[in-house]
Design a protein around this ligand. Structure first.
Ligand SMILES: Nc1nc2c(ncn2[C@@H]2O[C@H](COP(=O)(O)OP(=O)(O)O)[C@@H](O)[C@H]2O)c(=O)[nH]1
Ligand SMILES: [Mg+2]
Length: 209
């Protein structure tokens, strides 16, 4: 039997080097900010979110900063929702997210659950990306945009995840209703009477020949 409830979500975090992908995943899961990580390793995190009706198992793939095209395509096929992070102090990282968006659009089309996240907003005095840059370089996907600081608090991270989970749930419901056969509408009493009447006329008509 196919699954009828939204109980799991596969999320991929993409972004250039040092934008805060690992910090984002770790902040969401532990609610803590850990400054230094060993390396730019690919990691999969699993997190159980207790929602109002059911628990949701969230798998988060924290990618390496420069995956090959093949690896990126594999992650895009696996993922259902995408977090594209750039750093406000690194203009080239915004361009990186544009490339990822193009790749996602190529593999999955443009109607994909996704969010574009500007991280390191605590460093705004050193800002290298202006709001206008984001508007003009909006990218292929029409996704909601967030400005956060993973270092400062969990608030922005939670908002981003909430938005993405909403999009994923909407997509899930859409797919379920598309795969459910339409129930036949119950016939009205008048319709049944008309049919019975028609049958009787036909019978009496054929009796005459
Ligand atoms: N100031 C500041 N530093 C951050 C923030 N998020 C991450 N960092 C730092 O940026 C560096 C790279 O973060 P990391 O998560 O390893 O980046 P990744 O390569 O995208 O996984 C680390 O030293 C983090 O502590 C942020 O919001 N503000
Ligand atoms: Mg990392």
């Amino acid at each position: 039997m196919s699954q009828r409830k939204f109980t799991n979500a596969k999320i991929v975090i993409f972004g250039g080097p040092g934008v805060g992908k690992t910090a984002f995943a770790v902040r969401y899961i532990t609610k803590r900010f850990i400054c230094d990580y060993d390396s730019d390793k690919e990691m999969m995190y699993t997190y159980k979110l207790s929602a109002a009706k059911d628990d949701i198992t969230i798998e988060i793939l924290d990618t390496t900063s420069k995956p090959s095209d093949d690896v990126m395509d594999k992650h895009i096929k696996w993922g259902e929702g995408f977090i594209l992070i750039y750093s406000v102090i690194d203009r080239s990282s915004l361009e990186e997210t544009m490339k990822v968006q193009e790749r996602i659009a190529k593999v999955k089309g443009t109607e994909v659950p996704a969010v574009l996240v500007a991280n390191k907003c605590d460093l705004l005095p050193c800002r290298d990306v202006m709001n206008d840059d984001v508007q003009t370089t909006a990218g292929t996907l029409d996704c909601p945009k967030f400005q956060i600081s993973v270092a400062e608090s969990s608030g922005g991270v939670l908002e981003v995840m909430e938005e993405l989970l909403c999009q994923l749930k909407r997509e899930f419901v859409k797919n379920v209703s598309a795969s459910t056969p339409m129930l036949e509408k119950p016939k009205s009493k008048l319709y049944s009477m008309k049919r019975a009447f028609k049958k009787r006329i036909n019978r009496s008509h054929s009796d005459t020949f």
